[in-house]
Design a protein around this ligand. Sequence first.
Ligand code: SAH
Length: 210
Amino acid sequence: MNDADHAAARRELVNALGRRLDVSERTLSAIGAVPRHEFVPEPHSASAYDDRPLPIGHDQTVSAPHMVALMSDLLDVERGDRVFEVGTGCGYHAAVVAEVVGPGNVFSAERVPELAADARERLDRLGYDVTVAAGDGREAFSDEAPFDAAYLTCAAPDSVPDAIVDRVRPGGRVVAPVREGSGQRLVRLTVREDGVDREDHGGVRFVPMR
Ligand code: SAH
């Protein structure tokens, strides 16, 4: 596939997502701007604009585009907001959020050092000013808090760790898959001075947080 083919496939994906999902134009245009084929390993780049998760090595996957769109939309961020991601993976989701909030505003932690290094190089090459830290999301970027929003791309056990919720300002949001029974739910927390409000956004399947 050449660049024109990728661009056409990406437009088709965005149109399909727009028909299927109740997400903002801002979110759709972010999906339309990010070259997902540059983020997935070579054997999968031809499938980059199929709406499905793809392997990125180290037993990890990049989420399907509809899930990235839905989660980015739930973050409800705008240009200038500062966002904390746990689970950089290949860097695709971070790039989508960076399209919305602008350069220098996304901070992402990845516990697999090789994935962190590759994502940093790739984001840099593609012109995304995203700060990537190798390490556990529960420990990274405490000096950059408070954030306007945070999200996890790996499933939290039972509830989102306090260390992550505490990094978000009151009124800010946390979007995360959370384990519940034998499955997982996608939740959005709105941080309050005295706790959090919790909304459920349906069943999901993510790799577990380590
Ligand atoms: N957003 C990614 C999705 C990657 S899958 C993308 O666009 O590709 C989830 C990632 O979370 C994996 O790379 C996994 O290594 C990472 N992860 C799991 N537990 C973590 C933790 N405690 N801290 C940081 N990253 C973690």
